[in-house]
Structures are given as C-alpha cells and as structure tokens.
Design a protein around this ligand. Structure first.
Ligand code: PXL
Length: 276
C-alpha cells in the first residue's frame, strides 16, 4: 500500500476533542504517517469553556522547520487547521515551500470562524494573513462563515444556490484551488458539501442533525485529508468525510454531558472500512 507522510499543523486543545487530538488519530487510522506541529497548547478549546490557558508556540516554529530541513525531512502533504498567531501563518507558508516533496498537496482549513463570527482569539489582521495561506493552497476547506471572511462577503443565515455560487466564484477569483465548502444546506432536513474541483461543481447532500456540535469541522477536514491522500477524488473524499462526521454526531447526540466534542473514536472502524 502507498504509505504517505503528512504533517498537520494545528493546536493541541488538551481537553475538548478538536484540532490535533482529533486529526492525529483520524489521519493515523486512515493509514498515513502523521507528523504533528502544535501551533499552540490550550487547556481546552475556546468554544464554550472560559478561563482556558493558551501557550502560543509561534517562536518555536522557525527552529523546528530548520531542523527538519537539515535532517532532510520532507512531506507528501501539509494540512493546517487552527493556528496560534498571525505571525505563525507566514512561518507555515515557509514550511509549505521548504518541506515539500516533489509531489505535494497542501490542505488549508482556515479554522477561524463559525456561525457568522470569528473565534475569540482572532482579528482582522489574522484574516488578512489567512487569505494568503488559503489562496496559495491546493485545497481549502472553509465553512460558509470562513468563506465570507476570506472574500469580504456578507454572511447570510438564509441563502440560496446563487449566494453559494457567488461565494465559490469570489474564492476562485482570489486564487483558491479546489474548494470544499462545508455546511451548505438548502433544506430543513439535509445539509451538504459543495465541491469546486477545477471547473466541476458538485454537491454531496446528506441528512442534517438538528443540533450544532463542536469539533466537527476538524473531524470532517481530517477525514477528508485521509480519504484524499489514500487516493479518493475530492468529491469522493467529501462524501466519505461527510458520512463519517454524521455518524460521529449521531454517536454523541443522546449524551447531553458530551457537549464539547463528538465521540469520533468508536466510529473509526467505519472510516477505515470506507478507505479499503
Ligand atoms: O475546532 C476548531 C477549534 C480548534 N482549536 C481551538 C478552538 C476551535 C474552535 O473553537 O477553540 C482552540
């Protein structure tokens, strides 16, 4: 079997089932050698907990990159998620340049916003820098809020197909490669993912679970990266990741104490089966 080496750069939220504590097990289960670079260490994620600690690891990144370069460590892919600072984004762009194998794919989940708002740690300067990273990536995985921030578009809770086409067009005009736009819903009972791969637009629709869950963007992006690097097309990967994420939410929904993330681990066998 083809055995790819992926680097994922995102935070460690020690408690809360998101970012690296989700990406590492999912990418490993997908059969990839998974290297990690923590962008920051937090006691918990920032969505619903208060008083969390936050240690920014930005200053460690240049030396880590330099060491890996010296050791001739190179990656088949780099996948970025929640980053710790504006400065860090430039360092990550350097890594994309200097640590790539000849055949290389970059995935950027511009994890910075949801439900019309930026996450607490971020500001306009961060968004400006994230545009550079996102629009230089091969594949981006924004939700609708993030697509709006990346393109300066107005966020609408209710929208139609023309609004989504306009967003895709603006992302493309700014230089986006393959676009995986998540959380696109045209009905009360379904939601889905809009994929723009070259000139091919396709929509993967699936059932909607009537309750928001934390960390599902990270579950989705990690499963997508896993499927894609195992040889699925962008559209197939979008579908596999969607079905996996829905099952993770369904596995969690009846437990009111588990509000901070999804129980994705018991569902890993489903993902592994889909990747055979
Ligand atoms: O799931 C995205 C995410 C990742 N990391 C941290 C977060 C969030 C979302 O709020 O707070 C620290």
């Amino acid at each position: 079997m083809d055995y790819k080496k992926v680097l994922t750069v995102q935070d460690i939220s020690c408690y809360g089932q998101c970012s690296l504590t989700v990406a590492l097990p999912i990418l490993s289960a997908a059969g990839l050698e998974t290297c990690i670079l923590p962008s920051a260490v937090l006691s918990t994620h920032t969505a619903g907990f208060s008083g969390y600690t936050f240690r920014d690891l930005t200053d460690d990144i240049p030396a880590i990159t330099k060491h890996w370069q010296k050791e001739n460590i190179r990656f088949d892919a780099i996948y970025t998620g929640y980053l710790g600072s504006t400065q860090q984004i430039a360092y990550v762009m350097d890594m994309m340049k200097n640590l790539r194998k000849k055949e290389f794919v970059s995935f950027v989940d511009p994890a910075m916003a949801d439900n019309g708002r930026l996450y607490p740690a971020f500001d306009a300067a961060f968004v400006e820098e994230m545009k550079k990273l996102a629009f230089s990536a091969d594949i981006i995985l924004p939700n609708i809020t993030e697509a709006c921030f990346l393109t300066g578009s107005k966020y609408e809770e209710k929208y139609d197909a023309a609004y989504i086409d306009e967003l895709l067009g603006r992302l493309r005009a700014e230089g986006a490669g393959t676009i995986i736009l998540t959380g696109v819903s045209f009905s009360d009972t379904t939601t889905g993912v809009m994929v723009l791969d070259g000139d091919n637009k396709s929509y993967y629709e699936h059932r909607k679970i009537p309750k928001g869950s934390h960390g599902t963007g990270d579950v989705y992006a990690s499963a997508f990266v896993g499927a894609y690097l195992r040889g699925s097309s962008a559209y197939e990967s979008a579908g596999i990741a969607a079905e996996y994420t829905v099952r993770c939410i369904e596995n969690t929904i009846d437990d009111p104490e588990h509000w901070y993330g999804v129980k994705f681990e018991p569902v890993l066998p489903y993902l592994i089966e889909r990747l055979k």
